[in-house]
Design a protein around this ligand. Structure first.
Ligand code: KMH
Ligand code: ZN
Length: 311
């Protein structure tokens, strides 16, 4: 792993997996998403990982016209790197998931490195009332849904988005996803420096045990040498433990209400920015400086905001 001199904080503010009822602090409307993103950037996030929601009921959407309602507001107020999801929601078609990234050609897009079970029904047990009709079936339905990311789809996303210089946050939920990434690197479809986002604790992926973080690093080192940088997050209550662990190992970190609704045991975070500020404090204690957006652009060899369709 390349140990960077500075830590990059990514923030996933939209809470796409989480439904509006799960926390009163989740942003739903385009204005709320813009405000949450701007606050996260002001707090120290260099990269903003963004999904969209239908403004009327908060359900996940890939509609570029909805993204259009908040992206320019964010770029007008911050110079943070825009990272548009291509994962969207496991319930969306791949075409819908890709539409916004194809329209806006961001500096970074997420790319999920394999098809998998992606279960978040446990959250349903903690809720008895739901605000919108779609929420409970959506959450319970995760038990019978595959998050589809076939090799053909991965290849398509790499070539369609890569053509205009978009680079990727390679979302790896298990060891096998690292080998899949190496396969595409060996075919010349991917080049370094790679930004690997190792994800722990999604039910269906690798568990949130720190031994797994070390194993991921060992295997990634053997496959990619120093041609990758590792960012990490863990779902739910494991979020901060993994931030600390990966920061200690010299890596980058990702936070945000998309990945965890909490700021501490049993305490809801009131915003993604609150989580970012906590990470800033943790990194500060470790004497790990935080990368600005421009420093992150250099470290990850990004094309620059002026070469997106948001400029
Ligand atoms: N919320 C993460 C567990 C994507 O947007 O491409 C999954 C995610 C996928 O961020
Ligand atoms: Zn996401």
């Amino acid at each position: 792993m390349r140990i960077p001199s500075k830590a990059i904080i990514s923030c996933a503010v939209t809470g796409a997996i989480h439904t509006p009822t799960m926390s009163p602090y989740l942003p739903v409307t385009p204005d709320e998403i813009a405000e949450a993103a701007i606050d996260a950037a002001m707090a120290g996030a260099a990269i903003l990982h963004l999904h969209a929601r239908n403004p009327t009921d908060g359900s996940p959407t890939g509609d570029p016209d909805v993204f259009r309602q908040f992206l320019p507001k964010i770029t007008a107020e911050t110079d943070a790197i825009i990272n548009i999801t291509t994962g969207g929601s496991p319930a969306m078609t791949v075409e819908d998931r890709l539409a916004a990234a194809l329209r806006f050609r961001p500096e970074i897009a997420s790319l999920n490195m394999g098809s998998m079970n992606f279960v978040f029904s446990g959250a349903a047990g903690r809720h008895t009332t739901w605000k919108y009709d779609w929420e409970e079936p959506y959450v319970l339905g995760s038990e019978d849904r595959i998050f589809v990311n076939t090799f053909r789809q991965i290849e398509y996303i790499l070539s369609e988005l890569g053509r205009d210089g978009t680079r990727f946050e390679f979302e790896c939920y298990d060891i096998g996803h690292l080998y899949t990434l190496a396969h595409f690197r060996d075919r010349g479809l991917v080049d370094g420096p790679l930004l690997i986002q190792a994800i722990f604790g999604v039910l269906g992926g690798i568990g949130a045990d720190l031994a797994n973080l070390d194993h991921m690093i060992r295997i990634a080192d053997s496959l990619f040498g120093d041609d990758y940088q590792l960012s990490t997050f863990a779902a739910g209550k494991h979020q901060m433990r993994f931030i600390e662990a990966n920061a200690l190992r010299g890596g980058h970190v990702r936070l945000g209400l998309e990945d965890s609704l909490y700021i501490g045991p049993g305490r809801l975070a009131t915003s993604s920015a609150e989580q970012v500020l906590k990470a800033v404090r943790i990194l500060g204690e470790m004497e790990r400086p935080i990368a600005t957006p421009d420093e992150a652009r250099m470290m990850l060899a990004l094309k620059g905001a002026h070469r997106t369709s948001l400029a």
